[in-house]
Design a protein. Structure first.
Length: 359
């Protein structure tokens, strides 16, 4: 069955290659972009399949040599080579199974990322600022572009709430989608004279940015309010009513933006955020009945879940969904998160493969 799927992928890849090479291929830019994206996705599969086919041929040649050659020394060499080829084929087969897994349709999209201080007062807000810096540094390491859509900061430099847009050609959502949930910190606050460890938390929400998906939003379903911007240190704070709050009446979803100088800019940013929240709302509603089946070792991503603990005294960060602990907290908070994210991605793929095998 796997080989049949791979052959179909290769046939489709060849059709796309021919279509994209035609002189008039770029006449319809939207269609050309869609075909190019599909071609790029299939390219990795086809390359791996060709490599697998080549290794199979080498294995068959080796078997033929073993059956026909009487020389003992030559047979020993052939048997050694055969063992290496069999191991390589098993490895390549696993790679192909992973490549054939259904891809998250949002993996190539940008991200709307929200950080909110939870329990813990000022310490929770300061931890929110630590998480913000961590994600900004991670985005910088990967060449992602970040944009602040809305923020509410404290005089101490903490973050009560901030909403970011993170985008990039390599798919920010694929790298950040496991970050949604409750992040807990254990450390001694600077204001703690007794040296006692305090526990506080911040909540992170991750949504795919969906500008390219048609979501019908009726004007009659929206209530739009204006108010004066507020926040620490803003030069035009409380001078103009440029901030925008949009309420989607049917769902009760409320979004607000105040970072831009004009009402129009804030409204555009708020509509971007509303669109992503509506997408998340309807997708969650649609898939609610499958929630138990989808919950794997990487968790459901529900905001109520405590997904990770950052322990300063022990310089460790622990992800509770996969039980992975890294003793490099300082580097992790500086954006060195790939080891954790790679492990979460592997856990998801392993769970998917297990589900495919059980099906």
């Amino acid at each position: 069955m796997m080989i049949d799927k791979l052959k179909k992928c290769k046939e489709r890849y060849e059709v796309l290659t021919e279509a994209l090479s035609k002189p008039d291929a770029t006449n319809d830019r939207e269609a050309y972009t869609a075909l190019s994206r599909e071609h790029a996705e299939l390219s990795e599969i086809v390359t791996a399949f060709d490599r697998y086919t080549e290794t199979e041929c080498e294995r068959d040649d080796c078997l033929l040599l073993l059956s026909e050659h009487p020389d003992a020394e030559m047979k020993a060499l052939a048997e050694e080579e055969l063992a290496a080829l069999e191991a390589s084929l098993a490895e390549q087969e696993n790679e192909l199974k992973t490549l054939l897994l259904p891809k998250d349709e949002n993996d190539d999209r940008g991200v709307i990322l929200e950080i909110r201080a939870g329990t813990g007062g000022d310490e929770a807000s300061l931890f929110g600022a630590d998480l913000l810096r961590m994600y900004l540094r991670y985005a910088e390491r990967h060449g992602f572009k970040t944009e602040t859509l809305s923020e509410n900061v404290t005089e101490l430099g903490g973050v009560k709430e901030i909403i970011l847009s993170v985008s990039g050609r390599r798919g920010a959502y694929a790298r950040l989608k496991f970050e949604g949930g409750v992040h807990r910190v254990q450390r001694v606050p600077e204001t703690e004279s007794q040296g006692r460890i305090h526990t506080s938390a911040a909540t992170v929400a991750v949504m795919p940015e969906v500008d390219d998906i048609h979501i019908e939003i009726k004007d009659s379903d929206l209530r739009i309010d204006t108010y004066r911007s507020s926040g620490a240190g803003g030069q035009h704070v409380n001078k103009t009513s440029s901030a925008i709050r949009i309420t989607h009446i049917p769902t009760g979803i409320v979004v607000a933006c105040q970072n831009e100088r004009s009402q129009l800019q804030n409204k555009e940013q708020a509509m971007r955020l509303l669109k992503s929240r509506l997408y998340e709302h309807f997708a969650s509603e649609q898939h609610a009945q499958l929630a138990d089946q989808k919950k794997s070792m990487v968790g459901s991503g529900d905001r109520s879940e405590r997904i990770r603990t950052y322990n300063f005294p022990q310089s460790r960060v622990t992800d509770h969904r996969i039980g992975l602990t890294l003793y490099k907290l300082e580097q992790f908070l500086d954006g060195d998160m790939d080891e954790m994210i790679d492990a979460l991605t592997l856990a998801e793929r392993t769970a998917q493969l297990s589900g495919e095998a059980d099906a």
